[in-house]
Design a protein around this ligand. Sequence first.
Ligand code: ZN
Length: 136
Amino acid sequence: MPMFSRRRVSRRASSNICCIRRELLESVMEASRHSLPNEFAAGLAARGDTITEMIIIPATRSNFHSASFNYHSILGSFSAVGTVHSHPSGYIIPSAPDLRLFSSVGRVHIIVGYPFGEDSWAAFRKDGTRTELRVV
Ligand code: ZN
Protein backbone atom coordinates (compact mmCIF):
# COMPACT_ATOMS: atom_id res chain seq x y z
CA MET A 1 0.00 0.00 0.00
CA PRO A 2 1.43 3.38 -0.97
CA MET A 3 0.65 5.04 2.37
CA PHE A 4 2.43 2.31 4.27
CA SER A 5 5.60 2.37 2.21
CA ARG A 6 5.79 6.16 2.48
CA ARG A 7 5.76 5.88 6.24
CA ARG A 8 8.54 3.30 6.19
CA VAL A 9 10.68 5.56 4.02
CA SER A 10 10.00 8.39 6.44
CA ARG A 11 11.25 6.53 9.50
CA ARG A 12 14.40 5.39 7.75
CA ALA A 13 15.17 8.82 6.33
CA SER A 14 14.71 10.66 9.60
CA SER A 15 16.43 8.27 11.98
CA ASN A 16 20.02 9.17 11.16
CA ILE A 17 20.38 12.68 9.72
CA CYS A 18 24.04 13.66 9.47
CA CYS A 19 24.35 16.18 6.68
CA ILE A 20 22.85 19.22 5.01
CA ARG A 21 23.30 20.36 1.43
CA ARG A 22 25.36 23.54 1.10
CA GLU A 23 22.95 24.97 -1.49
CA LEU A 24 20.05 24.56 0.92
CA LEU A 25 21.92 26.28 3.74
CA GLU A 26 22.71 29.17 1.40
CA SER A 27 19.03 29.41 0.42
CA VAL A 28 18.01 29.49 4.08
CA MET A 29 20.47 32.33 4.78
CA GLU A 30 19.21 34.23 1.74
CA ALA A 31 15.57 33.80 2.74
CA SER A 32 16.40 34.86 6.31
CA ARG A 33 18.04 38.06 5.06
CA HIS A 34 15.00 38.80 2.91
CA SER A 35 12.63 38.26 5.82
CA LEU A 36 14.30 40.83 8.09
CA PRO A 37 13.20 42.26 10.44
CA ASN A 38 10.93 39.22 10.74
CA GLU A 39 11.88 35.64 11.35
CA PHE A 40 11.99 33.16 8.50
CA ALA A 41 10.72 29.63 9.12
CA ALA A 42 10.36 26.46 7.07
CA GLY A 43 10.13 22.71 7.36
CA LEU A 44 13.10 20.54 6.35
CA ALA A 45 13.03 17.52 4.08
CA ALA A 46 15.73 14.87 3.72
CA ARG A 47 16.83 12.23 1.27
CA GLY A 48 18.54 9.41 3.05
CA ASP A 49 20.74 10.95 5.76
CA THR A 50 21.00 14.39 4.14
CA ILE A 51 18.72 17.41 4.51
CA THR A 52 18.13 18.54 0.97
CA GLU A 53 15.10 20.82 0.83
CA MET A 54 12.95 23.38 2.58
CA ILE A 55 9.22 23.06 2.86
CA ILE A 56 7.99 26.63 2.73
CA ILE A 57 5.02 27.53 4.88
CA PRO A 58 3.99 31.02 3.74
CA ALA A 59 1.79 31.81 6.72
CA THR A 60 4.68 31.36 9.13
CA ARG A 61 7.11 33.77 7.55
CA SER A 62 6.41 36.62 9.91
CA ASN A 63 5.30 34.83 13.02
CA PHE A 64 7.06 31.58 13.67
CA HIS A 65 6.05 30.96 17.26
CA SER A 66 2.32 31.14 16.75
CA ALA A 67 2.44 28.80 13.78
CA SER A 68 2.92 25.48 15.46
CA PHE A 69 -0.31 24.17 13.99
CA ASN A 70 1.03 24.66 10.49
CA TYR A 71 4.27 23.03 11.51
CA HIS A 72 2.46 19.99 12.75
CA SER A 73 0.60 19.58 9.48
CA ILE A 74 3.68 20.05 7.32
CA LEU A 75 5.75 17.71 9.46
CA GLY A 76 3.10 15.08 9.02
CA SER A 77 4.19 14.85 5.40
CA PHE A 78 6.44 11.90 4.65
CA SER A 79 9.61 13.81 3.88
CA ALA A 80 9.78 16.35 6.71
CA VAL A 81 12.45 15.68 9.32
CA GLY A 82 12.56 18.96 11.21
CA THR A 83 12.43 22.74 11.04
CA VAL A 84 14.63 25.71 10.34
CA HIS A 85 14.05 29.29 11.47
CA SER A 86 15.97 32.50 11.80
CA HIS A 87 16.83 34.63 14.81
CA PRO A 88 17.23 38.20 13.60
CA SER A 89 18.84 38.95 16.99
CA GLY A 90 21.83 36.82 15.98
CA TYR A 91 21.50 34.79 19.17
CA ILE A 92 21.41 31.14 18.02
CA ILE A 93 20.16 29.56 21.23
CA PRO A 94 16.65 28.00 21.28
CA SER A 95 14.01 30.01 23.14
CA ALA A 96 11.49 28.33 25.44
CA PRO A 97 8.88 28.19 22.62
CA ASP A 98 11.57 26.76 20.31
CA LEU A 99 12.28 23.97 22.79
CA ARG A 100 8.60 23.14 23.03
CA LEU A 101 8.36 22.95 19.23
CA PHE A 102 11.55 20.85 18.95
CA SER A 103 10.29 18.32 21.47
CA SER A 104 6.92 17.96 19.79
CA VAL A 105 7.81 17.65 16.08
CA GLY A 106 10.66 16.48 13.86
CA ARG A 107 14.13 15.24 14.76
CA VAL A 108 16.58 17.88 13.62
CA HIS A 109 16.08 21.61 14.06
CA ILE A 110 18.24 24.42 12.74
CA ILE A 111 18.46 27.98 13.98
CA VAL A 112 20.24 30.53 11.81
CA GLY A 113 21.28 33.89 13.25
CA TYR A 114 22.01 37.33 11.91
CA PRO A 115 24.18 38.16 9.92
CA PHE A 116 23.29 34.82 8.27
CA GLY A 117 26.84 33.94 7.23
CA GLU A 118 28.36 30.52 6.65
CA ASP A 119 28.93 29.92 10.36
CA SER A 120 25.94 31.66 11.90
CA TRP A 121 23.78 28.61 12.47
CA ALA A 122 23.42 25.63 14.77
CA ALA A 123 21.53 22.34 14.72
CA PHE A 124 19.64 20.85 17.65
CA ARG A 125 18.08 17.53 18.58
CA LYS A 126 14.55 17.07 19.87
CA ASP A 127 15.74 17.65 23.44
CA GLY A 128 17.39 20.96 22.52
CA THR A 129 20.98 19.73 22.76
CA ARG A 130 23.40 20.69 20.00
CA THR A 131 24.15 18.27 17.22
CA GLU A 132 26.58 18.51 14.32
CA LEU A 133 25.48 18.50 10.71
CA ARG A 134 28.10 18.17 7.99
CA VAL A 135 27.69 20.61 5.10
CA VAL A 136 27.97 18.64 1.87
ZN1 ZN B 1 13.52 30.70 17.78
